[in-house]
Write a protein that binds this ligand. Structure first.
Ligand SMILES: [Cu+2]
Length: 622
């Protein structure tokens, strides 16, 4: 849509479309981050009829409360994130030193493509005239409001539709009493990414529910004693929280336990405190966030209502093959996909240039795609079965993959995805941060996380792929010269380029620094999927950390009507020729979007009456 225009969209919902909680957001490739950080997203709720979750009496009786969690990022004076045209790399490195007054900012060429730092060039001072104001704003909002209030009666049951509409923050939600510390209320998950689960996941009070970027969780909440409760997101970096990307908990209360790591990767945005590797006690600068962050306040008061949670089993979702069918079918294809980062900047993603699959990037850097700007760090996803060929320089990673490079609108990742087929995919994460995998159109039935079989497979359209984990003994070493001979095989099947156990060259460990991703065990999710014939055509799969998607972590997916058929997609190939830097700045006509913080203009959203979220006390001090 051109700026200032309106566009009427008609969406035909097939009669057997799974009901549930969906959403929409900007998706202009290249500038999605820029637009996303301004909050351009909303709910799409598909109401179900008889036989669906929406017809279960306990759900019908429950108040329906959608909650969209967003992070709005802006400079301290309210201007939005902008694209740094002189930036020469993805992330800012070295990072600004906010301990100086005024802070020392990296030169433009060392700043990342999206930045708020540049907007803080003349940092205002605090009223004392000495202390620098916080560099940027980082505002968590719920339906556009900071920490709104929700009313409940004791014993009342409500249905909350929780949407993580942040551009890259994993939320770890708990509902705790503000008077009695950890005394709180459990979250009861009845649907994930719109799809009703067979059996409710009852999380104990204080047990965090992880919602990755782009994910939705429908939870039933039963109010307890009168009092004030807070819905909070916990510190993702503390390592103290037992959390899993699956709501499954075993009898010990622990999760499938991927070693959870932050999904937010770009350091061009201000971060809540503590940042990775930082203790809460260090969060002493004015205006800094502190975890846990309160997303909503729930006041339980008034006359008791005795309401019940829905009983299991929950209704089977429509429009999807049964879980039994999904598991019993022999997959027509088994595929592997990988999230990876290539670059040659020491210190940002250390030794990423040694990744076996990054040879295409180092050998054939496409300056046209990148607008002539030599970004040093790129991100991509590719077929892990596609092993390429040895590079002429034996020290360099492999080249000549079947599908090289970054997202291209005219190049599907696979040429043979056929309507009506069942497939099994494993998505690996060969980086040190999480990446939420999202695929449009067809849901995926996740069967394994990090190779561990889930006792109850989960339907998702978005799921965080946990970061690679360090499992190497420190004695492992890295070659600096090729010595020939067989190379060890990393998980995923590709030969490692440089790693060798017997060399005496400089030592590198997985845990670093310098950390070597080749020595880590990739995170992974494994799923089965069915290509519904109504989805013939083309769409995308991508990382739902939006800046990753913009910079290449996306691929086109084509569903063909039959083997050798055409997807019927005709795309505007010219768009690919637009240099990336121009796509990045699309719509960037001045930054004055948030001259006042949005809370003052936000409307309250009260879908089922007075108990909805109210527009209470905008907390602009965040
Ligand atoms: Cu990512």
């Amino acid at each position: 849509m051109e700026p200032g225009t309106t566009n009427q969209v008609e969406i035909q919902i097939p009669a057997d479309h799974p009901s549930g909680t969906y959403w929409y957001h900007v998706h202009k490739h290249g500038s999605a981050t820029f637009q996303f950080n301004s909050g351009m997203a909303g709910f799409l709720i598909v109401q179900g009829g008889p036989g669906t979750l929406d017809a279960v009496p306990e759900v019908v009786a429950a108040k329906d409360v959608p909650m969209a969690f967003q992070v709005l990022r802006s400079s301290n004076d309210g201007r939005v994130v902008f694209v740094h045209q002189q930036a020469q790399q993805f992330g800012t490195f070295p990072f600004p030193d906010f301990t100086t007054n005024p802070p020392t900012l990296p030169p433009p060429a060392e700043q990342g493509v999206w930045s708020t730092y540049g907007l803080d060039g003349q940092l205002p001072l605090q009223p004392d005239g000495k202390t620098p104001a916080p560099p940027s704003r980082y505002s968590y909002t719920t339906n556009g409001v900071a920490n709104p209030t929700l009313q409940m009666r004791p014993g009342e049951v409500q249905r909350w539709r929780l949407l993580n509409a942040t551009d890259g923050d994993n939320l770890q939600l708990v509902l705790v009493s503000s008077q009695n510390g950890n005394q709180g209320l459990g979250l009861n998950v009845v649907a994930m990414d719109a799809i009703t689960v067979p059996k409710t996941y009852h999380l104990a009070a204080g047990d965090p529910l992880v919602i990755g970027p782009g994910q939705r969780m429908d939870v039933m909440v039963k109010a307890g004693q009168p009092g004030t409760y807070v819905l909070q997101t916990l510190d993702p970096n503390s390592g103290e929280v037992k959390a899993s990307v699956s709501p499954y908990r075993d009898s010990n209360g622990s999760g499938i336990a991927p070693a959870w790591q932050p999904s937010r990767h770009s350091f061009d945005f201000p971060q809540p405190c503590p940042a990775t590797g930082q203790a809460s006690s260090e969060c002493t600068k004015p205006g800094q966030f502190k975890y846990p962050i309160t997303l909503a306040t729930i006041v339980v008061s008034g006359k008791t209502k005795n309401m019940n949670l829905p009983a299991d089993p929950l209704p089977t979702p429509k429009g999807l093959p049964s879980i039994a069918t999904m598991l019993s079918r022999t997959p027509d294809k088994v595929r592997n996909v990988v999230f990876e980062i290539c670059g040659n900047v020491a210190g940002f993603e250390p030794n990423a240039r040694t990744l076996p699959s990054c040879g295409w990037f180092l050998a054939r850097y496409d300056a046209t795609y990148w607008g002539g700007t030599p970004f040093n760090v790129l991100q991509m996803m590719r077929d892990a079965d596609d092993v390429g060929e040895p590079n002429a320089d034996p020290l360099m990673p492999r080249i000549n993959f079947q599908k090289e490079g970054l997202f291209h609108p005219n190049q599907p990742l696979f040429p043979d995805m056929i309507a009506g087929n069942y497939e099994e995919w494993t998505v690996y994460n060969r980086t040190f941060s999480d990446h939420p995998f999202h695929i449009h159109q067809n849901h995926m039935l996740v069967t394994k996380i990090n190779g561990i079989t889930l006792p109850q497979p989960e339907w998702h359209d978005t799921l965080d792929v946990p970061a690679a984990r360090c499992t190497d003994p420190p004695a492992l070493r890295v070659r600096t010269r090729s010595r020939g001979g067989p190379q060890p095989q990393p998980p995923g099947g590709r030969p490692a380029a440089i790693v060798g156990p017997n060399d005496s060259a400089p030592i590198s460990t997985c845990a670093g620094p310098p950390a070597n991703i080749n020595l880590a065990t990739p995170g992974s999710i494994t799923f089965r999927t069915y290509f519904n014939p109504v989805t013939v055509g083309c769409f995308v799969a991508h990382c739902h950390t939006i800046d990753h998607e913009d910079l290449g972590m996306m691929q086109r997916m084509d569903i063909l009507p039959a083997n050798g058929g055409a997807s019927g997609c005709s795309l505007d190939g010219d768009r690919a020729a637009i240099p990336l830097i121009e796509r990045l700045i699309a719509g960037n006509n001045g930054f004055q979007v948030c001259s006042a913080l949005p809370q003052s203009k936000a409307k309250s959203y009260s879908p089922t009456g007075s108990g909805g979220l109210s527009n209470r006390s905008p907390d602009t001090a965040q």
